[in-house]
Ligand binder design. Sequence first.
Ligand code: ADP
Ligand code: MG
Length: 589
Amino acid sequence: MRAERIAPGLAIAAIATAPAWLGAYQLALLTYVGLSAIVALGLVVLTGNAGLSSFGQAAIVGIGAYVAAILTTQAGLSPWLTLPAALAVCGLGAWSGGVVMVRLSGHYLSLATIAFGAAMYFLFGGLEITGGQNGLSVPDTLFEGAALNYAIVWAALLANMTMLANLLDSRMGRAIRALKEHAAMAEAMGIDTNAAKSGVFVIACLMAGLVGWFYAYFQRFVNPSPFSLAAGIDYVFMAVLGGAEMLWGAVAGAAIVTLLKPVLQARLPWLLGAAGNFEGVVFGAIVILLFQFAPEGLLPRLRAWLGWSGLRARAVSGGQLPSGHGISAGEVLSVEGARKSFGGLLANADVGLTVNASEVVALIGPNGAGKSTFFDLVTGATRADAGAFRLGGQTITGLSTRAIARRGLARSFQHVRLVGDMTAIENVALGAHRRGARSMLSSMLGLGRAEERAFLATALHQLERTGLGHLAWQNAASFALGQQRILEIARALAADPILLLLDEPAAGLRHQEKQALATMIRALRSDGLAILLVEHDMDFVMALADRVVVMEFGRVIASGKPRAVQADRRVQEAYLGAPLAAPAGEALS
Ligand code: ADP
Ligand code: MG
């Protein structure tokens, strides 16, 4: 544990003292390591955390470099004026390109960035203003001397790492970390996932643009080859090799690739007795081996091998986030005439129900009755063909999932959707997203500390409320299914909702876990929450619900107090004629 905390300090000490014991050539090499690491760092956030791949980062570095070189040679601008210009072009370009790019996902996004990288390379090499394949010579330098250049680049690298660490540990950082696997869940937490994707895209491109700008004056020469698609692939390789989820992984990957490449370039042709770019073959082999034996990257693998968990409990103090609304009373959810058809199939036909404050309503019915469809209509995940939906007295008909979440609806999912490599407290804090306000920029600058404390205090409170307080700093992936379901409820509660939608909360739970869950739901009801749940376990529903609504073939066939519904003939027939007094704990469908 101690060694784990000392390691970054030792690394920084080695970086800081390097000029004292290294020569100019080695320092120049390390300067390139630092520059590559800054680009790879952007990919750690973009790819490792947000799950968006980009093979076009070298082209962005090129744009930064060419903007600097062209403005210097053609307009005679000083480097300190070309810096904002290079950042503006890369940032605005990323923002406008990002609007299109972030809507693509998976392979399509990768292919789009490959196409972009290839196109930019030909543009750099084909235009007159960029000097074609001959490139441009840059008359100015920024800083004299290898040691100073080294110091500036590594200071910039450490500053970027600090900003990104601040970002990842914030409201927007948690949103970013949820994007990779759980964008739909994030939207249900009130997160604007497209804006978050655009944001990380802009950040990664600003970092690449900064590197390009510096490179133009450091190298004093700009030509297309360092900004090729192959270079773009190298940056991805650095991030993946070091460990794409860890900031230090970018530094490790950049160091290994940048330092190994000249060695291989010099030795391999000699070893093999032939001329050629054999280092590409070696790197290709390394990638294949890496994906086989350490797909998470070298640094995370090293950390696991040393038994460093990377998790540490932090003190949580101070007040919680402000609550948006008081305890509500009366009707919280009202739905009239909800209708949805899929092709010829009427999944919801004129479904209506209300849920009041301090009330638990259970929606039951055989498989295929239309319960999940109804949930999707209420949460805005699916758009209704017709119907009037009101939440807390306001109409929510036709609103997006995000907008409805912001009006006080929180939910759990039938198939648990937690961010497995995030701690329980972070997962719960994700639910509170809509109650905070800090932007990516202010978090990066370290201005969001007070809000972050309030987020953690709020999340810890909900964990304690649901009996998971002692597990706050464990990763959600290590939780048993029962605990994961409760964790989802804690996350929903962190949103400070007026209505809680629970999709089969008892599924897969053991008897005692179900009883604990029922006790908890009763306590939430006493606190004034309106709760709507879909559940298959009859005993659980009958003992807990104030009212039961039964659906069959897309219609409500009965509703009322549990006993009355249980006695209803149509309800009994709906369940294959089986009487509803089923043996204890038996699921009906
Ligand atoms: P329940 O949750 O009560 O089991 P659902 O709401 O999932 O029922 O499904 C109701 C009916 O609608 C089923 O016949 C189902 O096959 C159909 N259905 C649900 N979602 C879709 C969809 N996206 N496309 C086509 N049919 C669907
Ligand atoms: Mg269902």
